[in-house]
Write a protein that binds this ligand. Structure first.
Ligand code: PRP
Ligand code: URA
Length: 209
């Protein structure tokens, strides 16, 4: 696989089982999405650059490392991406947050954009785009195209469950984007849902069905 990392951590696997369960209610579903996002953020930020600093401890001088390089922005794809934001902010509290509103036309499965508000200085930041589901890949490809138009040069995409079709399309259309997914599922069904997946992520996070 190209630039795609599939998570291989027991805690993420355990929490994915809770998410997938059709009997998991809205509160537990929302909490679990956030927890998985936090664990994935830990993995996805593994290669952030650091620089050496000296820190005075009560006992002497310690050679430490702190984050260097560009600041970060988190961009959830509305609605379902919102469920992942708190988990990332817990680890990256100074990241700014932009929003892109997209929904899939249920017949064509093509994304329809209805909102885009990004931090003013987004071009100077590295961006992490988040959406729990990467199905056909249309929404992620479109969101990333919009973000690139604003001059952003380094983008990571983080999703909880991905279909092979979505990974392939995103790798093809944005080969420079690093993709992180919690799981790579079997396939899409005839109406563009991931199988076995977890159903409609937005509806399960917000209790709209
Ligand atoms: C879902 C999901 C992704 C998109 C994935 O959103 O959260 O954004 O579908 O499908 P794709 O890869 O085929 O584009 P949906 O359109 O249902 O909107 P919602 O988040 O408002 O529920
Ligand atoms: N969007 C979802 O919420 N679930 C899927 O399985 C596919 C797209």
């Amino acid at each position: 696989m190209g630039n795609t990392t599939v998570m291989d951590h027991p805690l993420i696997k355990h929490k994915l089982a809770i998410l997938r369960d059709k009997n998991t209610g809205t509160k537990a579903f929302r909490e679990t999405i956030s927890e998985i996002a936090m664990l994935m953020c830990y993995e996805a930020t593994r290669n952030l650059p650091t620089e050496h600093v000296s820190v005075e401890t009560p006992m002497g001088t310690a050679d430490c490392e702190v984050l260097s390089g560009k600041k970060l922005a988190i961009v959830p794809i509305l609605r379902a991406g919102l469920g992942m934001v708190d988990g990332l902010l817990a680890l990256l509290p100074s990241a700014k947050v932009g929003h892109i509103g997209l929904y899939r036309n249920e017949e064509t499965l093509e994304p329809v954009e209805y909102y885009c508000k990004l931090p003013k200085d987004v071009a100077e930041r590295d961006v992490i785009v988040v959406d729990p589901m990467l199905a056909t890949g249309g929404s992620a490809v479109d969101a990333i195209t919009q973000i690139k138009k604003r001059g952003v040069s380094h983008i990571r995409f983080m999703c909880i469950i991905a279909a092979p079709e979505g990974i392939e399309r995103l790798e093809r259309e944005h080969p420079d984007v690093d993709i992180y997914c919690g799981a790579r599922d079997e396939r899409l069904n005839e109406i563009g849902y991931i199988v076995p997946g977890l159903g409609d992520a937005g509806d399960r996070i917000f209790g709209t069905k």
